[in-house]
Design a protein around this ligand. Structure first.
Ligand code: 9D3
Length: 232
């Protein structure tokens, strides 16, 4: 059982996020337990303040370290990177992070617990990244308004890799990215749609020819849409 704790100032953001598809089934089957937590519940002051002005000046507010250190201490049992047990990851979602990849998802799927910390405002006190977290991750080069959508992405990519999460019809190892190519094009009925024909070879039942066509089509699609995947 993988336990996923999300630390956020918007726990309600996740209210229906895990009620669909593979994640819903994985939760129902007891493969994963996902729990959003309100960062404000680890504040000690009357107004539950989680942010403050940046030292050195500048626009916006910064998430304070104390509630985040307290949250991780209570959820993971430690609040220093070196003291986090081997099968746990404390992840800060941040625009300054390393890129989240399929191999990170595969690592997370082997863990017993993930604590995902969602940033907001202009950022998070750097002592969180320096001292507390095991992984500081970004999902890509675009600006989000907070770490919450990134946490959903990390959870989705991870949970579907848990043993038993996918139907037996699908195998995670034969999918896009595991061989460095994009998936081949798919077609279904009707064979002719508004003058657009399904490639003839797919209608022949010749499985060797079909496999060859799919390989070449996947390479062509990768060259056009993701040439970076071929240049390595
Ligand atoms: C002006 C400098 N910005 C940093 C690039 C400020 C800033 C932008 C966005 C500070 C925080 C955020 C909120 N984004 C995230 O917390 C975030 C994120 C993202 O914006 N893009 C990709 N991955 C991620 S993971 C968390």
């Amino acid at each position: 059982m993988l336990r996923i704790d999300i630390v956020t100032i918007f726990p309600d953001y996740f209210r229906e996020a895990f009620d669909y598809g593979i994640i819903r089934r994985a939760c129902a089957a007891g493969l994963v337990n996902i729990q959003p937590h309100d960062l404000r519940s680890w504040t000690a002051d009357k107004h539950h303040v989680v942010d403050d002005r940046p030292f050195g000046g500048g626009d916006g507010m910064v998430l304070k370290p104390e509630p985040i250190f307290a949250a991780v201490e209570s959820l993971a049992g430690a609040n220093r990177r070196e003291q986090i047990p081997k099968g746990k990851r404390v992840v800060l979602l941040s625009p300054q992070g390393e890129r989240f990849t399929q191999s990170r998802a595969a690592d997370f799927a082997t863990c017993e617990q993930l604590v995902l910390i969602c940033g907001r405002y202009e950022g998070v006190d750097e002592r969180v990244a320096e001292i507390l977290v095991t992984d500081e991750l970004s999902i890509g080069d675009y600006v989000l308004s907070g770490g919450e959508p990134a946490a959903l992405v990390v959870i989705d990519a991870t949970v579907r890799l848990l043993p038993g999460a996918l139907g037996s019809a699908t195998s995670a190892t034969t999918e896009s990215f595991s061989d460095g190519l994009l998936d081949y094009p798919h077609y279904t009925r009707p064979p002719k749609f508004e003058g657009m024909d399904v490639p003839e070879v797919l209608l022949t039942g010749n499985h060797a020819e079909i496999a060859g066509w799919r390989r070449r089509a996947a390479e062509a699609k990768t060259k056009r849409n993701r040439p970076d995947l071929l240049k390595k």
